[in-house]
Design a protein around this ligand. Structure first.
Ligand SMILES: Cc1cc2nc3c(=O)[nH]c(=O)nc-3n(C[C@H](O)[C@H](O)[C@H](O)COP(=O)(O)OP(=O)(O)OC[C@H]3O[C@@H](n4cnc5c(N)ncnc54)[C@H](O)[C@@H]3O)c2cc1C
Length: 334
């Protein structure tokens, strides 16, 4: 399959990789292989690739993999990774232009160095500009929709596209931008500010994040979006799921909307744990939680459907004893 797939792909200036384990490219550290990974040299290379890539070959853009759960069977088709080469950041007056593969933290640091305020919240989001646009990522009172002037990219046929946040219907952890758009860059609005004050605010955000979230663990951040009238972590806590374990996956003791790969988790363990949590919350009278983490790829052979938690699946182990220092992570809304 892979050899014939590469044969069907156009010549590019960037790089192709074959059968690349996605576990290397996701924060969870799990996920089967992508048939092919393509790292475009620049936006023109990406546009030419999309225009020439046969329409029946699926493509999936991926940033830092900080909001992705890639299933154990891997991803059919081509994963497009923009973080290798497309990372440039520049500014003209108080408008910052960043490529889709630039990390949010690098954009925040660049703005701070250049005395540009308003982008501080980006320091706390471990993704890229492309993933932030797709997710309308946000934290500490800021969201991509508040700072984005225009986003640019290509559709699946390689035709350039551009849109404002309003045109993309950006809302809480959501955008209506067509699913086939691959973002290449965006302009962000900032305001003139004092570098020391901006850096102090960023330091505050980083410190507060460390208090509320588990550190140095393999996670995808907030698993579920907050329901309309409440907080996902509170629903999970009330359903008694804090600390719950399935295989190598665990609901974080510290921030119970985070799922953790404690070492040997499979993507299946993590997805099944998430589905079990959702079921417990809703069967206890809570809302049907919506996955914020994007689940992609296919199950490995023989794995039962994690969306049907039931007797054929490994059951959860009892949560451990709760500690008094636990928080729900209420200081960020990611
Ligand atoms: C420890 C931790 C803390 C987090 N805290 C927050 C938080 O505070 N707030 C918050 O909102 N999120 C948070 N997240 C989630 C995550 O960082 C954000 O959703 C981030 O925006 C994802 O960016 P990414 O580059 O990693 O995207 P990926 O995870 O690689 O992809 C996410 C989605 O974006 C799409 N995508 C990626 N690049 C492009 C592109 N160029 N064009 C089109 N689509 C693209 C992918 O196809 C996928 O659907 C956290 C995650 C972790 C692990």
């Amino acid at each position: 399959m892979t050899a014939s797939l590469l044969d069907r792909l156009p010549e590019v200036r960037g790089d192709y990789g074959e059968a690349v384990p996605m576990a290397r490219h996701t924060w969870f550290g799990v996920g089967g292989p992508a048939d092919v990974i393509f790292s475009p040299a620049d936006a023109a290379d990406l546009g030419a690739f999309l225009a020439a890539c046969p329409a029946d070959i699926p493509v999936l853009p991926v940033g830092a993999g900080s909001n992705l759960l890639v299933r154990d069977g891997g991803i059919a088709g081509v994963v497009i990774r923009l973080g290798e080469h497309m990372k440039s950041i520049s500014h003209d007056g108080d408008i910052v232009t960043a490529s889709a593969g630039a990390t949010d933290a690098d954009v925040a640091r660049y703005a701070a160095r250049n005395g540009l305020a308003g982008l501080e919240f980006l320091i706390g989001i471990p993704g890229t500009v492309g993933g932030g646009l797709r997710m309308n990522a946000g934290a500490y009172g800021g969201e991509f929709k508040d700072i984005t002037i225009r986003a640019h990219g290509f559709d699946r046929s390689g035709t350039p596209v551009t849109a404002t946040p309003e045109q993309m219907g950006m809302a809480y952890r959501h955008t209506d931008a067509p699913a086939d758009w691959v973002f290449t860059h965006a302009e962000f609005s900032a305001t003139a500010g004092d570098t020391d004050t901006i850096k102090a605010r960023m330091k505050e955000i980083v410190g507060s994040r460390g208090d509320a979230q588990p550190r140095g663990v393999r996670t995808g951040g907030s698993t579920f979006a907050n329901p309309q009238d409440g907080k996902a972590w509170q629903e999970i806590d009330s359903a008694g799921c804090r600390g719950m374990v399935i295989g190598g996956a665990q609901v974080s003791e510290k921030h119970c909307n985070f799922l953790i790969n404690t070492g040997g988790a499979s993507a299946h363990d993590i997805e099944l744990l998430g589905e079990t949590v959702r079921q417990r919350v809703s069967s206890g009278g809570g809302p049907r939680l919506r996955w914020e983490i994007r689940r992609v790829g296919h199950l490995a052979e023989g794995q039962p459907d994690p969306q049907q938690p039931g007797p054929q699946q490994p059951g959860p182990q009892q949560p451990g004893p709760q500690q008094s220092s636990q928080t729900g992570g209420a200081s960020h809304d990611g």
